[in-house]
Structure formats: structure tokens, C-alpha cells
Design a protein around this ligand. Sequence first.
Ligand SMILES: Nc1ncnc2c1ncn2[C@@H]1O[C@H](COP(=O)(O)OP(=O)(O)OP(=O)(O)O)[C@@H](O)[C@H]1O
Length: 286
Amino acid sequence: MNISTNNLRKNYLKEVALDDLSLQLEGNKIIGLLGKNGAGKTTFMRMLAGHFQQSSGTLKVNGQNSFNNYEITKDICFVMESDNFNEKFSIKDVLAISAEFYPNWDHEYAEKLIELFQLKKKQKVKNLSKGMYSALGIITGLASHAPLTIFDEPYIGLDASYRSLFYDLLLESYQQQPRMIILSTHLIDEVSKLFEEVVILQKGRLMLHETSDDIARKHLVLTGSSEEVDKIIQNKQVIYESTMLGQKVAVLFDEEITDVGSLKVSRASLQELFVYLTKEEVKSYA
Ligand SMILES: Nc1ncnc2c1ncn2[C@@H]1O[C@H](COP(=O)(O)OP(=O)(O)OP(=O)(O)O)[C@@H](O)[C@H]1O
């Protein structure tokens, strides 16, 4: 699977949802798509899934635009947080329609997942609880075995134990049948270990695209007296700094420091880094 966008832009009337987005994603991997509310994540995922066309720029999935293109969309399963299924359908109908649409649909696996999430096939979509609705989306996404499977915050209403089941199943399913999986989430701590790559959008633009290993390797959290920290971070790319009672914390990205003196050096979690990177006063990093 190969995704390539070049100067991609999407406007909703005057609202710019995606702006000059150039991004290459390829291979079988689990990719975390992160960004604050309104950053453009859903717009990007909907465009990948062929829901609408770009305002300008290019978007290619396996070399073709996915809009109105079944040749491409049959290989993409996009699970949104809502509006995935017709309310009038039963779960059984949803599974039958999905089996028709997705060439790699795994019927036996879908049946197993229905049992694991304790759903009843007779039940109508309109009568499902929020968590059950999310479970049905997750089941569709996993059983589709689509070469590009996209989950846009698919866990609304799912309790912590079912979310944990989802993460385990996702990893197991990915290991058995590697494919490109894009997972957009605000619960970064819960899933960050699954991500091989991370993309962060900020105000419709690409802020960061790195492997998880590089993100972990490239950043440094320095703690110490304001004076000492300031000396070391001069002219460096500082993504976050704060001072409290004379003690300063500074986070550097993509910088080589040979001597940190007596400063304490530590690492931040992906969730902490995300917060640092996307704070409003911080300039974009790409
Ligand atoms: N159908 C629409 N009509 C008009 N504006 C829209 C529409 N959909 C999204 N937008 C706007 O486009 C921008 C990006 O929205 P989008 O839903 O893609 O962000 P997001 O990163 O998925 O946000 P969230 O994390 O809150 O789901 C926002 O400013 C939003 O108001």
C-alpha cells in the first residue's frame, strides 16, 4: 500500500481543513494519525477513503485517486466514529454487505469477533448502545482485511476492557496479515506502543512524520536550574519550556547535545511530546 499526497488542500467553503499537505506513507505498518481537535485528521482520512475530492494538489492511493474509484476503495476499509451503518440494518445485514464489498472479508473471523464483543446478529443498528456500535465498526474494520484499514477514533463508548481487547486484536490481526493500518486517536498513551510511524497534523498542515523509534531517539527532556538549562538550549530547537521555582524543563527535538553538565536528562511519552508539540505558542515543526 502506498499513499502519496502533494500540496494537498481541502476547503469547506471558506474553511481550510487541509493546507499544502505533502506526505508519503508506504508499506505494511500501523500508523498513528494525531492532531488536536479540528486539525484535519478526519478530512484527510475521508479523502483517502474516496468520500470527496481535494480542492487542489494531488492525492494518490496506490497511484490512483480514490474518489469514485471502486478499484481502489474496495481495498480501503474506513471505520468512522459514527455514521458507518444504515440504522435500519441488523448486524447480520451489515456483515453480509461488508462481505460483498470487501474482497478479503474473513467470515469466520467476523463470527468470532461477534462472539468476543458479545453482539447479537439479530439486533438492529438503531438499537445498539454506543459501545456496541463501536464494536461493530471495529469488527468490520478487522474482518475486512483491507490492505488499507483506517480507524478514526473507533472506540466511542467502549469501556477500558473492550478497548484493550481491540488493541490486542488489532496487533494480532496485523501480525497474522500485515497491512497498512491508520489509527487516529486522542487516547495516545493507550496505543502509542502499536505505532511504527506517527503523523501529526496541526491546523491542516503536516507538523511531524517520523518513525516511533526516531521520535523516541530524537528528543531530550532537560531539567535543572534555569541558568544551566538556558545555557544549553541557546540556538537550539526547543519544542517546550517551562520554569517553576527556579527549576526549568526544556524539551529539545532533533538536536545533538554532547555535554549536558549536571542537568537531568529524560524522555517523554508520545502523549507528552504531542502536548508539547501542539501547544499553540510552539511553531510548526516538519
Ligand atoms: N463538513 C464540513 N463542513 C465545514 N467544515 C468542516 C466540515 N468538516 C470539517 N470541517 C472543518 O474542517 C476542519 C478540520 O476538521 P476535521 O474534522 O478534519 O478535524 P479532526 O482533526 O478530525 O478533528 P477532531 O479531532 O475534532 O475529530 C475544522 O475546522 C472543521 O470545522
